[in-house]
Design a protein around this ligand. Structure first.
Ligand code: ZN
Length: 227
C-alpha cells in the first residue's frame, strides 16, 4: 500500500516536472520570437549610425561641420525614397466609379514620372511610365493610376517587376478588360558606374487581358504613347 502511494507520488512529480520543462521551452520560444521582432524594427538612430559608418568608410570625417547633420538628413530622405513599403495599392484603388455611361475604350495616362531605386545597387531609376486600361464596369480617378505607380516605385525594384506589379494591381482592383504598362527609364547604376552608358534607357512592357490577346489594341496603345 505504502509502496503504491510512493509510486503514484513519484508519477505525479514526474508529470509536474514535464509540465515545468514544457513551460520553460515555451518561454524560450517566446523570447526568441520577441527578439526577432525587435530585430526587424530598426530605429532612426540605428539607421543614422549606419550612415555615419558609411561616411567613415568612404574616407570622410562624420564629425566635421558639414557632415554632422548628414546621417539624419539621409535617413529622412530614405524614408521618402522608400515610403512605398508602408502603402498599399488596395487602398488607393478601392474607390472606383461604376457610372462609365457606356465608355468602353482604353484610358491612357502617359508620362507619369517614375523615381525608383534598383535593388542591386540601390541606385536611382529615373524615367516615365505609361499606363492604360480598358474598363469593364468601373473606372478610377486618373490621379490614382499615378499613385499606383508611385507606391511600387518607392521600393527597391527591378524595372521588370515594377512594370508587372503596376499592371496586375490595376487589373485586379478594377476587374478591367485589359491593362498595359510601359516604363522607359534610365538606371544610374548603368549611367554613372559600371559600363557608363549615360544615354541608355530601358523599356519594359507588360500587357494583360485584351491588350495581350488583341494586337490591334496593343498597336493603338503604342501609337498613343509615342505621340
Ligand atoms: Zn542596379
Amino acid at each position: 500500500m505504502i509502496l503504491l502511494l510512493i509510486l503514484s507520488i513519484n508519477n505525479i512529480l514526474q508529470y509536474l516536472n514535464k509540465i515545468y520543462k514544457l513551460s520553460q521551452i515555451m518561454k524560450l520560444v517566446k523570447n526568441i520570437n520577441e527578439k526577432n521582432s525587435i530585430k526587424t524594427e530598426v530605429s532612426d538612430k540605428e539607421a543614422e549610425e549606419a550612415f555615419r559608418t558609411i561616411l567613415r568608410w568612404i574616407g570622410e570625417d562624420p564629425s566635421r561641420e558639414g557632415l554632422i547633420e548628414t546621417p539624419k538628413r539621409v535617413t529622412k530622405a530614405y524614408k521618402e525614397y522608400f515610403q512605398g513599403y508602408k502603402k498599399s495599392t488596395d487602398e488607393i484603388l478601392s474607390k472606383t466609379f461604376g457610372d462609365v455611361e457606356g465608355y468602353d475604350d482604353m484610358v491612357v495616362e502617359k508620362n507619369i514620372t517614375v523615381e525608383s531605386h534598383c535593388e542591386h545597387h540601390m541606385a536611382p531609376i529615373i524615367g516615365v511610365a505609361h499606363v492604360a486600361y480598358i474598363p469593364k464596369n468601373n473606372v478610377v480617378g486618373l490621379s490614382k493610376l499615378a499613385r499606383v505607380v508611385e507606391v511600387f516605385s518607392k521600393r527597391l525594384q527591378t524595372q521588370e517587376r515594377l512594370t508587372m506589379q503596376i499592371a496586375k494591381a490595376i487589373m485586379e482592383a478594377l476587374d478591367a478588360k485589359g491593362v498595359a504598362v510601359t516604363i522607359d527609364a534610365s538606371h544610374q547604376c548603368m549611367t554613372m558606374r559600371g559600363i557608363k552608358k549615360e544615354r541608355a534607357t530601358t523599356v519594359t512592357n507588360y500587357y494583360l487581358g485584351q491588350f495581350k490577346e488583341d494586337l490591334s489594341y496593343q498597336n493603338r496603345y503604342l501609337r498613343f504613347i509615342v505621340k
